[in-house]
Design a protein around this ligand. Structure first.
Ligand code: SF4
Length: 670
């Protein structure tokens, strides 16, 4: 598949200079998208569309939280018609926000909505196409006949949009690709792209171009590859439609933010994206502030210090390939990504100080216990621990301080690149060398190539840091340097939300491209207060130390990038007017009972219409199938249909037990 993709450059303007990728401008009501317009923010209501008052009020709250557009679900003709009342009421109250109708399956509803609202969204996986999880062999003739059928069903909507000046998003979702696309392309980024482009070609044949495209997935890696491939393919076909960015079913809270930032941020870093929707399993007015933090970061990015360009980088932007590294003292090669906790500035008085990062001392047994999110390395700078370090944890000291230690076996030295270049080759223990792109010289490369006890720590001070670090990886790969590399980022003067979103973008973007054998985040000062006045954030900052928050964030990033699984994965839909139960409450209830099941993926989906198609690669699905009724899935197969909601969580646990994936919850040791 990949042979058809030519030069890497064709998915963005530059891999080393920040530059926003320019798409065509599309008018959406009075708020144009694409071209030189700012990155637009949007979200989706979760009210019943037939409840005009509730939908209008939620829309207003969303506009006030920063949404430029508001999407409302229109599952049938009735809801589509009611969009007229909603729009009228909003305009009466002085809100001119463009509305977007979210359409699934029903051409009739779409054709009504397109006459009322400013934009409609269709999913080519289920608009006039089918998904029954069947593999069908298509001959070329049969495939073309299917496309003709789709053209006939889809064209009336395109004509209405053209007549009424209504824009359209053609939004592919990984997991809801039609059987036809799946049979030909598989469950791949290329399948996602082709699914959308088939619809775009129908639009263009009808001389309609007010199109926006999206390629969402709950796995940020798949999503990033699909968007890049979409841009590449659009360029090949002379298209330049604006991009709507989003990670689907990201979940809520910290994990939802990390996952969203990882996927959306990776694309924004390369200048891609004209509008953002962050999907959280929370009230929709909490989504826009997250999207705004992500978008605002690029307002002044173009002024960054220059990064040396590269003609032919060793990089395939459309497929995951782990950079090859050899193992150095349990770091690198195929070993899970390592985590460094930074305690340089933390005052360490006793054992309890390490409980923040998952190490718990038991005085009775004189042993340490650790949890699944305990880091592997502890950076101490210029100080020693007042007790013996737990087994399994290794201390790192600044090189000069380490030299002064009487017992040098209590930890390992961290050199700057200059210190390393000036040192002899006589220290035959694990050592860490900090470097950035600017310190990579022939002398440096030659020296490290002769040292097999060395782990590199890649830093950056560039505003466009991810690109500079990626460029450094290209340099190492081109020079056949295969030492493990831990990616380090340093931050100051950030709020907690900014830290979580920026570190997820910066570290996650590299990890999903296969770069990095570990992560380290340093935060200079305490987190500054959050401008949104978010009560949850305030509570968290009161209760948890900076080190605890950073450590959990790093493990969250590794989990979202799927390079180190340390907890259960939840794929929760953001909910909408179709949702059949309280998603936030239910997700929380399931989380409480299952959060110790490391590596198990559980999808919690609000409706059976779209839920099963969008559960992606979940092991189990908990899906609303009627009022008070739940249907349970094992992967894509129904195993219990329409059980009562009261019994559903127990039935889910029973199912996990039957599959041998259940473990009793460990008794908390903190
Ligand atoms: S899966 Fe969730 S967000 Fe998607 S249509 Fe159903 S209820 Fe709405």
């Amino acid at each position: 598949m990949i042979e058809t993709i030519s030069k890497f450059k064709e998915y963005c303007n530059s891999l080393t200079k920040y530059s926003r990728y320019k798409t065509r401008e599309v008018q959406v009501g009075n708020v144009p998208i694409g071209g030189d317009n700012p990155i637009r923010i949007q979200s989706m209501t979760i009210t019943d569309t037939m409840d005009t008052k509730a939908t209008v009020e939620q829309t207003i709250r969303m506009v006030e939280s920063g949404c430029d557009y508001v999407r409302i679900t229109a599952p049938s003709k009735l809801e589509a018609q009611n969009l007229e009342n909603i729009k009228k009421e909003l305009r009466t109250r002085g809100y001119s926000v463009p509305l977007i109708a979210d359409i699934h399956f029903t051409p009739n509803a779409a054709e009504i909505a397109a006459r009322i609202v400013e934009k409609v969204r269709v999913n080519p996986g289920n608009y006039a196409d089918r998904k029954k999880f069947e593999i069908i062999e298509y001959t070329d003739d049969k495939y073309d006949a299917e496309l003709d059928r789709i053209r006939n069903k889809f064209s009336p909507l395109v004509k209405i949009c053209k007549e009424y000046g209504t824009a359209m998003r053609i939004g592919t979702n990984h997991g809801s690709l039609s059987d036809r696309i799946m049979s030909r392309y598989g469950d791949t980024p290329l399948g996602m792209v082709e699914s959308a482009l088939e619809f775009v070609r129908i639009c263009e044949a009808l001389d309609y171009y007010d199109i926006v495209l999206s390629m969402k997935a709950s796995n940020p890696q798949v999503m990033v590859h699909a968007y890049r491939l979409l841009v590449h393919k659009m360029k090949e076909e002379g298209m330049n439609y604006p991009l709507h960015l989003g990670v689907t079913e990201a979940g809520g809270g910290e994990d939802g933010r990390i996952k969203s930032a990882l996927g959306i941020g990776a694309l924004l870093e390369d200048g891609l994206g004209d509008t953002i929707r962050v999907s959280l399993t929370e009230d929709p007015e909490f989504e826009a502030p997250v999207a705004i933090i992500l978008a605002d970061r690029y307002k002044v990015r173009g002024n960054h210090n220059p990064i040396r360009s590269i003609e032919d980088p060793p990089f395939n932007p459309f497929e995951y390939e782990k950079r090859h590294s050899f193992e150095v003292w349990g770091i690198g090669s195929g070993i899970v990504a390592r985590v460094i906790a930074d305690y340089r500035k933390r005052e360490i008085k006793n054992y309890k100080d390490l409980s923040d990062i998952g190490y718990f001392y038991n005085a009775e047994t004189d042993k340490w216990n650790m949890n699944d999110m305990a880091p592997d390395l502890l950076y101490l700078g210029n100080k020693k621990l007042p007790f013996d370090i737990p087994n399994g944890l290794r201390a790192i000291f600044d090189f000069k301080f380490w030299l002064t230690l009487e017992n040098k076996n209590i930890g390992y030295p961290l050199y700057s690149s200059e210190e390393y270049l000036n040192s002899g080759n006589d220290i035959n223990i694990l050592k860490f060398v900090s470097f950035d792109l600017n310190s990579v010289s022939e002398v440096f490369i030659n020296k490290i190539k002769n040292d097999n006890n060395l782990v590199l720590i890649l830093t950056t001070e560039n505003e466009h840091g991810m690109s500079e670090q990626r460029r450094a990886f290209f340099e190492l790969i081109s020079n056949h340097v295969q030492h493990p590399v831990i990616i380090k980022r340093s931050y100051k003067n950030l709020s907690l939300d900014q830290f979580r979103l920026f570190s997820s973008t910066d570290l996650g973007s590299l990890l999903i491209d296969g770069y990095g054998d570990g992560v380290w985040a340093e935060v200079e000062n305490e987190f500054i207060s959050d401008s949104s006045g978010n009560q949850y954030v305030k509570k968290l900052l009161k209760e948890e130390s900076k080190e605890k928050i950073i450590n959990r964030t790093l493990f969250g990033i590794l989990q979202a990038a799927r390079v180190r699984i340390s907890k259960t994965e939840y794929i929760a839909c953001p909910s909408c007017g179709r949702t059949l139960f309280d998603l936030q409450e239910t997700t929380e209830m399931i989380r409480k009972k299952t959060e110790h099941l490391k590596g198990v993926k559980i999808a919690i989906m609000g409706c059976i219409v779209n839920g099963p198609g969008e559960m992606a690669d979940a092991d189990y699905g908990y899906v609303g199938s009627g009022v008070g009724k739940i249907t349970l899935y094992r992967e894509k197969d129904i195993v219990k249909r329409n059980i009562t909601a009261e019994n559903a969580v127990d039935a889910l646990i029973q199912l996990i037990k039957e599959d041998g994936k259940w473990a009793e919850k460990p008794i908390s040791v903190n």
